[in-house]
Design a protein around this ligand. Structure first.
Ligand code: ADP
Length: 226
């Protein structure tokens, strides 16, 4: 589903964020990327959803070689990939319903279909009663659940989550992880980064440890060891 072949990302200032990364993430896997701050985790994720590009090497997502992808093809790729951010990145002037619906509107989906899908996704994330609220009326955990609703409403094959629990207390963090595990059980490949040792050790999923831009460890049932 996701292949990295000798992927290196050097920035013009001389920083090497990723160095010779080889990876294969299979369909329906749940993969956690761990590493110290600055290890290259975000850069790795950004290369998957084409917010960044390798300077050497190749990345394939769903059989598509990202090296040869034109800018105009990026929206097509993004339909296969949902992205969740640490700071939620919700649209503050729009309601929760509108935030969830936005990507579908942008993709030109008929209103009738949107009206059918949004309530289902709000129910999945447990926010049916908040449809008409605005983001600043929600707790951090609730806002992140909207972030997840927005990311999966287009039924992507892959969900990327960059530190999705980074701003949350332990209880809310666990609720978010349980939601990501549920989405994974429905068949979506999940790739997330986290610094949360307790969560990594409890979920018993594949853990890839990045150290100075290299894969230091890749364990099927991994532990947080940094
Ligand atoms: P992590 O997510 O593990 O904290 P990042 O992928 O954000 O790490 O960063 C990896 C390295 O690349 C760091 O040394 C960081 O300073 C550097 N870096 C990230 N983005 C840029 C950029 N746009 N320009 C230059 N260096 C960058």
């Amino acid at each position: 589903m996701i292949y990295f072949e000798k992927v290196t990302r050097e920035y013009p200032n001389g920083t090497t964020a990723l160095k010779d990364i080889n990876l294969h993430i299979k369909p329906k896997e749940f993969v956690t990327i761990v590493g110290t701050s600055g290890a290259g985790k975000s850069t790795l994720l950004k290369c998957i959803y084409m917010d960044d590009k390798p300077t050497h090497g190749k990345i394939f997502v769903g059989g598509v070689d990202l090296t040869n992808l034109k800018k105009s093809d990026i929206p097509y790729l993004r339909r296969k990939i949902g992205v969740v951010f640490q700071d939620y990145k919700l649209l503050p002037q729009k309601t929760i319903y509108e935030n969830a619906a936005f990507a579908l509107e942008a993709a030109g989906m008929p209103t009738k279909e949107i009206k059918n899908r949004v309530p289902k996704i709000l129910q999945l994330v447990g926010l049916s009663s908040k449809a008409e609220s605005f983001p600043n009326e929600l707790s951090g955990g609730e806002q992140q659940r909207v972030g997840i609703a927005r990311a999966v409403i287009g039924q992507p094959k892959i969900l990327i989550a960059d530190e999705p629990t980074g701003n949350l207390d332990p209880k809310n963090a666990w609720e978010i992880i349980e939601l990501l595990l549920k989405i994974n059980q429905y068949g979506t490949t999940v790739v997330m980064t986290t610094h949360n040792r307790e969560i990594v050790n409890a979920i018993k999923k594949r853990v890839i440890t990045i150290n100075q831009g290299r894969v230091a460890k890749d364990q099927e049932i991994g532990r947080y060891a940094i």
